[in-house]
Design a protein around this ligand. Structure first.
Ligand SMILES: CCCCCCCCCCCCC/C=C/[C@@H](O)[C@H](COP(=O)(O)O)NC(=O)CCCCCCCCCCCCCCC
Ligand SMILES: Nc1ncnc2c1ncn2[C@@H]1O[C@H](COP(=O)(O)OP(=O)(O)O)[C@@H](O)[C@H]1O
Ligand SMILES: [Ca+2]
Length: 574
């Protein structure tokens, strides 16, 4: 075996074939040598994609098997599979068993490879805090973790503390309150709702520690260091799909192990002077709000509840009045209709970092918030749009999912500090179906006369007073009476105990408490079961949660959190 400071080289065998293996700089490669000493095909693995190096002949799939020999070692690494159908190719675990001429050579290879791993892949996590939602998606969270994820973590030498949740918000509260010393990241096994718990925990904890008020819409929030990882086991898996390119638990696990890091924009949603929630995928009013409210009543259907509710709400053919104000982003940098896609190493996102953090000190990796406590992000000229809408959606990223592989806004960026605001005005049912259907094919969903899209930094939504006057003229006493009863006690109005149902009424109640009585009278709230008149307000769907307010303000915080991901790898690389 030859070892110099930059290169390690020796002959090795795989089965009965001889190879010349070398480790130089960032790569470990092996080239087959035929009987006449000619070089044949070379396989190269970047050190950053090595998962583990083990003594002996080791297998971990379908189950663990170790043959403890003196002269063998097994290399595990990221293997790119053939391309998936229309989506990026999944990653799997590659494995090669090498046989060395002697034990000394074998031990040297193991030492050299492990040293290279430490040197060339320094940002890998060592200890992780894992939350499993046993009830998410098809209820396979625990099984997915124990059969697919845990063996890979063990192989990579990652230790994990696992919490199987027993109630909603347990993961969020744990992150907000417990000692997190020693953890390099937090992982959720679940869907977008579970991710959202981690997001709120991590952002909240970071602001607490930095002494920053989350409620202040104008403040510059402290970016979060603790990385978040997502093992998809939910219904929509939108955040995972958009940041990795596929919802595959093994692919996600491998990205976590190699310590990939993808910054992500976050939208904070406020009601008056309080923070309501954070969102990374979709804040949607009208159609998507109604679909979510309806789907809560059909949770037992699992992921199918969205399709069923989607059809029901589509058939309801509602539209809602609204006043939307937005602060446009710089149109010279990018546009939602420029036909680009945000892929791994995206130039727009990397160039945004300097703009978003002008005081970032790269030598100490510190964000100096005391230089600019208050952000200039809310300065600029607001644009107002008023009308009746089928839906109003705001998304910080493309929000793609298996149902819609290119997403709500295909050219949106993960980490550019902006979101796309999509306004779909009232139209006929066929027009709206065309809009929805275009999410599933290659046609441009924005190329329709009733759709507009804007790249924005902030948005405000309110109910136009004019519209409410009109409703008043209709003089709907029945709706008025229901609204007043809801104000007194939402439970009295509906005998049904279904969570989403009363939640919807509750949403109406909270809102009414905050508006003038003249408005109160004219907001008929209809649940479809016990109320009879159509309502003129919808609800907001914020990453799969119904918001308790209608008139909200949203602001985008560029690159606020980091995920164990790298964006979507261009499939031509696979
Ligand atoms: C005609 C086919 C139409 C397909 C339209 C697909 C639009 C997809 C846009 C997806 C945006 C997803 C944004 C992410 C939201 C999630 O955070 C959130 C929570 O997810 P979780 O339960 O995993 O925790 N998910 C959601 O709110 C679900 C929204 C799903 C909307 C799907 C609507 C399906 C519509 C089907 C309409 C069919 C009309 C047929 C008429 C005969
Ligand atoms: N043990 C639990 N019991 C009930 N709800 C839970 C539990 N753990 C998490 N949740 C909540 O369940 C909701 C849905 O979970 P999620 O994993 O996103 O699945 P899905 O994609 O199917 O909606 C989340 O909002 C989360 O807060
Ligand atoms: Ca963005």
């Amino acid at each position: 075996m030859e070892i110099d400071s930059v290169r390690v080289e020796s002959s090795l065998w795989i089965g009965n074939k001889r190879y010349r293996a070398h480790l130089s700089g960032w790569y470990f490669s092996w080239t087959e040598i035929d009987k006449r000493n000619r070089e044949k095909k070379t396989i190269s693995v970047p050190v950053s994609e090595v998962i583990g190096v083990k003594e002996g002949r080791v297998e971990i799939q379908p189950q663990k098997k170790v043959e403890d020999t003196d002269i063998d070692f097994t290399l595990f690494y990221v293997k790119r599979s053939s391309k998936g159908n229309g989506i990026r190719a999944p990653w799997s675990l590659g494995r090669t068993q090498f046989c060395c001429p002697s034990r000394a050579v074998r031990d040297q290879w193991i030492t050299q490879l492990r040293t290279a791993l430490k040197t060339h892949s320094p940002s890998r996590p060592h200890r992780l805090l894992v939350f499993i939602n046993p009830f998410g998606g098809k209820k396979r969270g625990k099984q997915i973790f124990h059969s697919l994820v845990a063996p890979l973590f063990e192989l990579a030498g990652i230790s994990s503390h696992v919490v199987v949740t027993e109630r909603a918000n347990q993961a969020r509260d744990y992150i907000l309150k417990k000692d997190l010393t020693g953890f390099d990241g937090v992982i959720c096994v679940g869907g977008d709702g579970m991710f959202s718990e981690l997001l709120h925990g991590v952002i909240g904890r970071t602001q607490q520690e930095a002494g920053v008020s989350e409620h202040d819409l104008t403040v510059m929030l402290q970016p979060c260091d603790l990385h978040i990882g997502i093992i998809p086991a939910g219904s929509t898996d939108c955040v995972c799909f958009t940041t990795i390119g596929i919802n595959d638990p093994v692919t996600s696990t491998l990205h976590i192990i190699i310590g990939d890091s993808q910054p992500l924009d976050v939208c904070s949603v406020h009601y008056q002077s309080t923070l309501v929630r954070y969102s990374v995928s979709m804040v949607g009013y009208g159609f998507y709000g109604d679909v979510l409210a309806e789907s809560e009543r059909h949770r037992w259907m699992g992921p199918l509840r969205y399709d069923y509710s989607g059809c029901m709400v589509y058939l309801g053919n509602r539209s809602y009045p609204g006043l939307v104000q937005y602060l446009p982003a710089d149109s010279h940098i990018s546009s939602p209709r420029d036909n680009t896609r945000c892929l791994s190493g995206c130039r727009v996102c990397s160039e945004s970092k300097e703009r978003l953090f002008p005081h970032f000190d790269s030598s100490s990796s510190l964000y100096s918030t005391n230089v600019s406590q208050y952000s200039s992000e809310l300065e600029g000229e607001w644009v107002t749009v008023e009308g009746r809408f089928k839906c109003v959606s705001l998304t910080c990223m493309s929000s793609s999912c298996p149902r819609s592989p290119k997403g709500l806004s295909p050219s949106a960026h993960l980490a550019d500090g902006t979101a796309d605001l999509i306004l779909v005005r009232e139209t006929n049912p066929l027009g709206f179906l065309t809009y929805l259907h275009r999410h599933t094919n290659t046609q441009d969903q924005f190329d329709l006369p009733f759709v507009e899209v804007h790249r924005v930094r902030a948005v405000r939504f309110s109910l136009p007073p004019g519209e409410e006057e009109e409703e008043e003229e209709e003089g709907d006493r029945e709706v008025q009476a229901s609204a007043e009863r809801v104000l007194d006690d939402p439970e009295k109005l509906c005998s049904s105990d279904i969570a989403g149902h009363s939640q919807q009424h509750l949403a109406g109640r909270t809102e009414r408490r905050n508006v003038t009585t003249s408005r109160v009278k004219h907001r008929g709230f209809v649940c479809g079961t016990c109320c009879t008149k159509p309502r003129s307000i919808s609800v907001w769907n914020c990453d799969g949660e119904i918001l308790p307010h209608t008139e909200i303000s949203c602001r985008i915080h560029g690159q606020l959190v980091r995920l164990f991901a790298r964006g979507i790898e261009d499939s031509t690389m696979a």
